[in-house]
Structure formats: structure tokens, C-alpha cells
Ligand binder design. Structure first.
Ligand SMILES: CC(C)(COP(=O)(O)OP(=O)(O)OC[C@H]1O[C@@H](n2cnc3c(N)ncnc32)[C@H](O)[C@@H]1OP(=O)(O)O)[C@@H](O)C(=O)NCCC(=O)NCCS
Length: 162
């Protein structure tokens, strides 16, 4: 039987690691669990191999299993989150916040001063998380997310200055 995830998230059993290209399969598996449509492994590999990539993977539990990821790109003094997710089993334990904070530390070291992201107006979990971390709304892309058979949903552009 699985251990209680709360116990497994003991800080001694949580690491944020730089996501090198050899982590593409782990990230693709988590992405497929969380997003429709998922990004395929070759696309994720390309992002992780990009010279401007900044990406982290969280490994958690006594088995150090992949639990979350964040992929971003750096350009001059700005960074942009391309995708962030926490595997269902590990959600609501603070990992999403830790991944973003880890990325902010990496972006700061690279002399970035601002972090951008896009989020769907119907993604209440992510909106709460970003609000809690002090992201501010800086723009909107009307009807940006198009899902067949459903009304298109607006994207908000959020930014965090640091
Ligand atoms: C958004 C996501 C990354 C959050 O990850 P997480 O590890 O569960 O988030 P955290 O535990 O760090 O949550 C921090 C805060 O965010 C808010 N939050 C997170 N998930 C929430 C939910 N399902 N409902 C309401 N608020 C939520 C809460 O304020 C939470 O603080 P609290 O637990 O003290 O109340 C995760 O839900 C996810 O992977 N979703 C699917 C992929 C996705 O939508 N990615 C973002 C695309 S822009």
C-alpha cells in the first residue's frame, strides 16, 4: 500500500532537480496526465534541449518518483513559463509553489527580472496558485484556448516582478 503522501513529502524526500534532456520521458508522462492535448516527448525534448531553457523536475517520496515539472525559457531580463504541472497524486502539498519559487531563483541567477505565463480563465487552481505567489494580470488573449465542441476560453497573461 502507498504511504501517506503527506509523510512522503517530508523535505528529506523532496528534491528539485535541473531537468536535463534525459528527463523528457518523465515530463511527457506527467504532461499527458494533466493536459489535453498533451505535448509529445519529442516536443518536450526539444524544449529541454533549447539553449535558453530553464526547467526543473520535482522528485518525491522514498522512491524519488517524478512528481512535478516546470519548463521555462529565458530571454534577456525576462523569463516565460511554458508549462508547469504537478502529478495528481502529489497535488495540494505545496509542490506547485515550490516549483515556481525554484524557477524564480534560477531566473534571478540568470539576471531575469520578470516572469510571464499564460493561464486559462477557467483554471481556478492555477489562478489561485499564481495569485498567492503575487503574479499580476498584465494582459488578455481573447478566445485563446480552443477545444473542439466547446466555447473558446480566454487566456490571461500574468507577470511576476522580482
Ligand atoms: C496548478 C497546479 C500546478 C498546482 O499544483 P499544486 O502542487 O497542487 O499546488 P500547491 O499545493 O503548491 O498549491 C498552492 C496554492 O495554490 C492554490 N491551489 C492549488 N490547487 C488548488 C485547487 N485545486 N483548488 C483551489 N486552489 C488551489 C491554493 O491556494 C494552494 O494553497 P493551499 O493548499 O494552502 O490552499 C496543479 O493543480 C496542476 O498541475 N494542474 C494541472 C496543470 C495546470 O493547470 N498547470 C498550470 C497551467 S497554467
Amino acid at each position: 500500500m502507498d504511504q501517506d503522501p503527506q509523510l512522503q513529502l517530508d523535505p528529506r524526500h523532496l528534491s528539485l532537480l535541473w531537468a536535463s534532456p534525459d528527463r523528457a520521458a518523465d515530463v511527457a508522462r506527467m504532461h499527458a496526465e494533466l493536459f489535453t492535448p498533451p505535448w509529445d516527448q519529442p516536443s518536450i525534448l526539444k524544449m529541454l534541449e533549447h539553449p535558453a531553457a530553464a526547467a526543473l523536475i520535482a522528485v518525491a517520496g522514498s522512491k524519488r518518483e517524478p512528481a512535478g515539472f516546470i519548463m521555462a525559457q529565458l530571454a534577456d531580463d525576462e523569463a516565460e513559463i511554458l508549462s508547469v504541472g504537478v502529478a495528481l497524486k502529489w497535488q495540494r502539498l505545496g509542490l506547485g509553489a515550490r516549483l515556481i519559487e525554484g524557477l524564480v531563483r534560477a531566473a534571478r541567477r540568470a539576471e531575469a527580472r520578470r516572469l510571464f505565463l499564460e493561464v486559462s480563465t477557467d483554471n481556478s487552481a492555477a489562478l489561485r496558485l499564481y495569485e498567492k505567489l503575487d503574479f499580476r494580470r498584465v494582459g488578455i488573449r481573447p478566445k485563446y484556448y480552443k477545444v473542439p465542441g466547446k466555447d473558446a476560453v480566454d487566456a490571461l497573461i500574468l507577470a511576476l516582478e522580482f
